[in-house]
Design a protein around this ligand. Structure first.
Ligand SMILES: Cc1cc2nc3c(=O)[nH]c(=O)nc-3n(C[C@H](O)[C@H](O)[C@H](O)COP(=O)(O)O)c2cc1C
Length: 418
């Protein structure tokens, strides 16, 4: 597999040599809309779908002279929102069984295709009919590559992980189980969903119960609908996706991040979550820190993600660099962390900054998606404790590696604090 992670590294020099100028007037559209004549259903009209808007709904509106700008339940690199959510509903009271597209602006689901004995399960390893909801997450890469060029291959995966975490959290509020499915025939489904090379499926989450019967292949392809108003093809990203889309993975069913949190508290944290823009440099307590990281490290290690972190301001916890749970170097690395985050203060003025890393090459998509997923959990648990959080996708790759003394790829940084 070509090393497209290394090929998209930032360095002190590369960032300064880059003369790319961004004209915000040319930002591609970031809401996919199916044609007006397709059947749509208001989510709020169905008891079975109560709280479904938490999967990716709009939670904040900013007004500018040029128009409105919307923020959603999931964070997104640059606020560009490359992800789209599709869901297959089977056997839910009062709803037509079929494949739908989620439309956050109108809080509706748009019916793309009615299912009977066929369905998306056919493209999964377990082909049995799933009664309930099966989510499929795609990415329309140009929304992100428009700004970040080739490095967007990283952001669409991290964003996908955040969106996956948002869906998982919504399912917890809806008191439904979740199973994350990485290993399914994404290429066949891309084709059936009518996608061209610009939209690509990444991961699925099934919130349903298996029945005995196996599904059949979906009979008809859905028509192509563009997810953007225009497209600049990026061959690097298309090739990187194809080179990394096939990998083996078991489904993940052990998901236990919010069990002890009551659903109202979780719901409020989903609705109020925002990325913090600057820290006041106030310490957090060790108990708050332990609450936020509970279950994170064991889960990460199991799935080949190593998490390092620098502690800057956590009461009763030594300042220093930690790997997973262990202190590996004592010291105040606040300034260093800011520098490494492409000189963003937020990286070092935090209580702690996490570094998600992995040496996994085969399942490159999976470890990136899972880093975003865990980061979403950390965002929501921080919010519950009134602690700020922000993802940091911009950092000096090689210098971070040197600082951590690791040969792992550096996938993502995340800062928490007050
Ligand atoms: C993958 C990813 C990378 C990000 N990188 C940065 C970053 O380098 N610096 C920063 O200040 N914010 C970063 N953010 C935060 C976004 O700017 C923020 O999510 C977006 O503006 C939407 O705002 P919200 O999170 O408050 O909803 C990142 C978010 C994600 C998901």
């Amino acid at each position: 597999m070509p090393n497209f992670h290394e090929a998209t590294s930032h360095s002190y020099i590369s960032v300064r040599k880059n003369s790319f100028y961004l004209d915000w007037e040319t930002q591609p559209k970031n809401f996919k809309a199916y044609p007006h004549f397709q059947l749509r259903f208001k989510i709020d009209d169905f008891d079975e779908l109560t709280n479904l808007n938490l999967i990716g709904g709009i939670t904040y509106e900013k007004k500018y002279p040029q128009g409105k700008y919307y923020l959603r339940t999931n964070p997104s690199a640059g606020g560009l929102y490359p992800c789209e959510i599709y869901l297959q509903i089977r056997g839910l009271n009062g709803l037509i069984s079929g494949v739908y597209h989620y439309e956050p602006l109108s809080k509706t689901i748009c019916l793309l295709y009615e299912i009977e004995n066929d369905g998306v399960e056919y493209y999964f390893k377990d082909k049995r009919k799933q009664k309930g909801i099966t989510f499929l997450l795609s990415s329309i890469y140009f929304r992100s590559s428009w700004k970040y060029r080739n490095r967007a291959i990283r952001y669409i995966l991290l964003d996908g992980g955040h969106a996956l975490g948002a869906i998982y959290a919504a399912m917890c509020v809806m008191k439904k189980d979740s199973k994350i499915v990485f290993d399914f025939d994404k290429l066949a489904l891309n084709d059936i969903f009518g996608f061209r090379e610009d939209e690509m499926l990444m991961v699925a989450l099934s919130s349903s119960i298996e029945t005995e019967q196996e599904t059949k292949q979906i009979k008809n392809k859905f028509p192509f609908v563009s997810g953007c108003d225009f497209l600049e093809t990026n061959n690097f990203i298309e090739d990187a996706y194809k080179a990394s889309v096939l990998y083996q993975s078991d489904d993940i069913i052990e998901l236990d991040f919010f069990r002890k949190i009551d659903t109202n508290t979780l719901k409020n944290s989903i609705l109020n979550r925002r990325s913090i823009r600057a820290f006041k440099k106030i310490a957090i307590t060790n108990n708050e820190f332990l609450f936020i990281i509970n279950n994170i490290f064991d889960f990460a290690i199991k799935h080949k993600v190593d998490i390092f972190y620098t502690v800057h301001m956590v009461d009763n916890k030594l300042q220093g660099l930690y790997k997973n749970q262990e202190l590996i170097r004592e010291g105040n690395f606040s300034k260093k962390s800011s520098y490494l985050s492409l000189e963003q203060n937020i990286g070092g003025e935090s209580a702690a900054t996490f570094y998600f890393t992995s040496n996994e090459e085969e399942a490159y998509q999976k470890v990136n998606l899972l880093s975003g997923f865990l980061a979403q959990i950390i965002y929501l648990k921080s919010e519950i404790k009134n602690i700020g959080c922000t993802g940091i996708g911009a950092y000096y790759d090689d210098e971070v590696k040197e600082f951590l003394e690791t040969s792992n790829n550096i996938l993502y940084l995340l800062a928490i604090g007050k």
